[in-house]
Design a protein around this ligand. Structure first.
Ligand code: FAD
Ligand code: NAP
Length: 349
């Protein structure tokens, strides 16, 4: 039953808020979960209705994109808003660049493929990342040395606290490594669209090992990098439709020079990278070294055999099993390396 009917500017707006909706099809870990209230946002003008409905029932609002970076509780006591806003617009163009505005409900990978087909480069390293455009700034998605922060001009978001639309510049988004204002101030903003600046010419980013072989190609196109990234990822990462997962489950720990020296002395084969004034330690290597790659626990939740950093949930078990395995991994890594792993996906309790 529609929650209510709103007469707005002569048109009838029907906001269909459902109750007790299964979120299992909407999260890539395939966790069985039920939202007490659920609505698909198809137009921005539906938002005031959804907010009024939630306020009247003292419900919090939770924004759902593709559910590929979430660990869901059995029951989510909130109004879950699944973002399905669509649209791509060219807003500015000069000799070298284009600026595009893309609605938050668009699929990220489709946007990347489309931008390359238009002859615009900059997103090719970020191919095949699951999820929506609106979630991309939330954890500042990154892969193969490129982050969305490198391409993003601004974010248009509905500020749920102030109940008004905000335009946030790149600097105002407070982007960090797999973090942003939207992740640290969770549930405050509903991102409606983003603006990205892409290039008409191509300057490849090939410093990550698996892409280095492309350096010898003198006619290299963005499409070639895109194709290579897709092939590498398909070979190494589990397809969530076949083996439910949420990608990398932990962030790579950033450590100081002193901590790095202690670790390297103890583990000469440590995998690390310079990062600013400190070091980034490969979390996948730590988990592998702790003997957990390919291992599993209650409910079959475990570490993927081809990349230990990816937690898999092949039996579609509950968040309890996922969190229990995550705690076990964190505990083992802490015992062995005296390092704390930070969980990357958002946990909805
Ligand atoms: P969801 O999981 O639905 O939501 C994630 C968070 O964002 C939640 O807190 C949610 O409330 C919030 N959110 C979603 N949409 C909005 C919105 N419109 N406004 C405000 N908040 C919103 N991540 C990387 O960074 N790099 C990778 O290479 C990568 N590879 C992956 C590979 C696999 C196989 C998988 C399963 C995941 C991978 N991820 C990767 C993680 C994930 O795909 C990204 O974080 C992605 O951006 C999440 O998008 P989503 O739409 O699924 O977000
Ligand atoms: P990988 O190539 O096996 O590398 C392992 C780790 O080492 C990565 O986490 C990466 O850090 C780091 N690394 C490798 N080469 C580096 C370099 N030249 N400079 C700095 N850091 C380097 O990783 P993978 O698992 O196959 O993933 C490939 C890329 O896809 C990575 O960028 C990874 O972040 C991304 N990815 C992310 C997720 C997710 O859910 N967040 C899931 C799958 C893949 P970074 O992670 O900082 O890049």
């Amino acid at each position: 039953m529609p929650a209510r009917i709103n007469q707005q500017r002569g048109s009838v707006l029907v906001v269909d808020i459902k109750q007790n909706v299964s979120l299992q099809p909407f999260n890539s870990l395939a966790i069985p979960s039920v939202a007490t209230h659920f609505v698909e946002l198809t137009q921005e003008r539906e938002l005031p209705e959804i907010i009024a409905y939630s306020q009247a029932r003292q419900l919090g609002l939770r924004v759902l994109g593709g559910g590929s970076n979430l660990v869901l509780a059995d029951r989510v006591e909130a109004c879950v808003v699944r973002n399905t806003l669509l649209g791509r617009t060219l807003v500015e163009e000069d000799l070298d660049t284009v600026t595009i505005e893309v609605a938050a409900g668009e699929t990220w990978h489709d946007l990347v493929a489309w931008s390359i087909a238009q002859g615009w480069s900059g997103l090719e390293n970020l191919a095949l990342i699951p999820g929506t455009v609106g979630a991309a700034p939330v954890q500042n998605i990154g892969a193969y040395g490129v982050e969305i922060a490198d391409r993003l001009v601004s974010v248009r978001a509905f500020d749920l606290q102030r109940e008004e639309v905000s335009n946030l510049s790149n600097v105002e988004c407070l982007f960090e490594y797999r973090n942003s204002l939207f992740k640290s101030d969770e549930n405050r903003y509903l991102i409606c669209s983003i603006r990205l600046k892409l290039r008409k010419s191509f300057s490849p980013m090939l410093h990550y090992g698996p892409l280095q072989a492309l350096k010898t190609n003198i006619d290299l196109r963005a499409q070639d990098v895109f194709d290579r990234v897709v092939v590498i990822r398909q070979a190494k990462l589990p397809d969530p439709d076949r083996i439910p997962n949420a990608g990398s489950f932990f962030k790579n720990p950033m450590v100081t020079g002193a901590v790095f020296q202690r670790l390297q002395l103890q583990f000469p084969d440590l995998v690390f990278f310079r990062a600013g004034s400190g070091y980034k330690i490969a979390a996948g290597w730590l988990i592998d070294k702790a003997g957990l790659r390919g291992q599993s626990g209650a409910g079959g939740v475990g570490c993927y055999s081809k990349q230990a950093l990816v937690l898999i949930n092949p039996q579609r078990s509950s968040s309890r099993d996922v969190v229990a395995w995550s705690d076990r991994v964190r505990h083992r890594v802490e015992q062995l390396f005296d390092l704390t792993l930070e969980v990357e996906p958002r946990i909805w309790t």
